[in-house]
Design a binder for this molecule. Structure first.
Ligand code: K1U
Ligand code: ZN
Length: 170
């Protein structure tokens, strides 16, 4: 089922996500719903925080055909390089706002997959950027937090406008 995505600056987006104790059938349903919601919203990632479920769960799909979703439960990210690279980020909770954010572009990701199997990989490029962006969501951080106050104000105004237009479209 499609899930409603919280929009900036909704305070619920600031909630700290709790670890998942066990990947239950209910959580497997949430994973499927998050993947469906991510595709519907044309995103490449989605954190449970964005659908108002405050558990440590993210889904990502960078594939062309949108048929290779990755699931990370209780993810832990460790930068593998000091140097930060800029990347033009967006966010499904801050629609139609894009701006440059600097992050390490090579990280180690440790997590569980949807079957509770261990994941321990070194990733780089857009996957590394996206994982860090989703991890931020689980810690109540939104990419606009890295921008200037002026840009944060503009982002708030832009989201308000976009949501009004989407409401009219029904
Ligand atoms: O809000 C989210 O977590 C989803 C977000 C993930 C993300 C995109 C780009 C950089 C970092 C994290 C999106 O999918 S935004 C929409 C999108 O598909 C996109 C935007 C910019 C670049 C590439 C993709
Ligand atoms: Zn986001």
């Amino acid at each position: 089922a499609l899930l409603p995505i919280l929009s900036y600056p909704d305070p619920r987006l600031r909630t700290l996500a709790k670890p998942v104790k066990e990947v239950t059938a209910e959580i497997k349903t949430l994973i499927a719903d998050m993947i469906e919601t991510m595709y519907d919203a044309q995103g490449i990632g989605l954190a449970a925080s964005q659908v108002d479920r405050h558990i440590q769960l993210i889904v990502i799909d960078l594939s062309e055909d949108k048929n290779a979703p990755k699931v990370f439960v209780n993810p832990k990210v460790t930068p593998l390089v000091e140097e930060k690279q800029p990347y033009e980020e967006g966010c499904l909770s801050v629609p139609e706002v894009y701006d440059s954010v600097e992050r390490p572009n090579k990280v180690r990701i440790e997590a569980l997959d949807e079957n509770g199997e261990k994941i321990d990989e070194e990733v780089e490029g857009l996957l590394a950027v996206c994982i860090q962006h989703e991890m931020d969501h689980l810690n109540g951080v939104i990419f606009v937090d890295y921008l200037s106050r002026l840009k944060q104000t503009r982002a708030r105004d832009k989201v308000r406008k976009v949501l009004k237009i989407r409401e009219k479209q029904g």
